[in-house]
Design a protein around this ligand. Structure first.
Ligand code: ADP
Ligand code: AMP
Length: 220
């Protein structure tokens, strides 16, 4: 199964991608996480993207496409993957189609998380992430079961993203509206676009995604 989770920053893509990864054994390909790993390693890619990411703008298509093309060809992606944060522009969506065609693969579904943009700031301002395994939490909506301890790996080391603030969120939402939203008609025309209510609680969003995936499995 090959899926895209699509939605603005804070829509819940990472949260749902992790659940799908655990449930279906798919690989989560989160371009934001991949880029942050390059920044942490302070390598060439990290040096190129550090300031762009800090500004809230999108990094160049060419770099992202190169990074995904390399990753998607690894054997662990053969069983399927969930794209989280990619594609984010029409040229990226077109490049993905070409990459998949070259691998004789196709996308099964694009799931749009429909959200109220006015409520996203509260989501990202309360977000914190496990520094060791990347599990995402929220101060109010999704606290670890034991305070200060990651549910998934037991770490007590959490990080807050430097771009999760009101000023950068404004830039990131503008990038979503202007550069990412135009890919929705692209997938709608292919008949693989599905929509779920991303404002429902985390379990309800997971159930709605599962229902879509069940339907797809039945019809294929
Ligand atoms: P994205 O990957 O789309 O940027 P995340 O999955 O990291 O978004 O979610 C952003 C924040 O909102 C996190 O703190 C997460 O715990 C919280 N969150 C995710 N989904 C929901 C939801 N359905 N309801 C409330 N909070 C949510
Ligand atoms: P995310 O973790 O998905 O919120 O992404 C964080 C930041 O990484 C974005 O604001 C962009 O600067 C960059 N980024 C992640 N994915 C992409 C992409 N597909 N295209 C361009 N920039 C990206």
């Amino acid at each position: 199964m090959r899926l895209i989770l699509l939605g603005p920053p804070g829509a819940g893509k990472g949260t749902q991608a992790r659940r799908l990864m655990q449930k279906y054994g798919l690989v989560q390909l989160a371009t934001g996480d991949m880029l942050r790993a390059h920044i942490a390693a302070d390598d060439d890619i990290g040096k190129r993207v550090k300031e762009i990411m800090a500004s809230g703008q999108l990094v160049p298509d060419q770099l992202i496409v190169f990074m995904i093309a390399e990753r998607i060809s690894h054997p662990d992606c053969e069983k399927g993957f969930i794209l989280d944060g990619f594609p984010r522009t029409v040229p990226q969506a077109e490049a993905l189609d070409k990459m998949l065609a070259d691998l004789d693969q196709k996308l099964d579904a694009v799931i749009k998380l429909k959200v109220d943009e006015g409520k996203l700031l509260k989501r990202i301002e309360g977000r914190f992430t496990c520094a060791d395994c990347g599990a995402s939490y929220h101060q109010e909506f999704h606290k670890p079961k034991v305070e200060g301890i990651c549910d998934e790996c037991g770490s007590d080391h959490f990080v807050v993203r430097p771009d999760d603030n009101p000023e950068k969120m404004k830039v990131r939402l503008t990038a979503f509206r202007e550069q990412t939203a135009p890919i929705l008609p692209y997938y709608e025309a292919k008949g693989i676009l599905h929509s779920v209510d991303g404002m429902a609680d985390i379990d309800a969003v997971s159930d709605a995604i599962d229902a879509i995936l069940d339907k797809i499995a039945i019809s294929t």
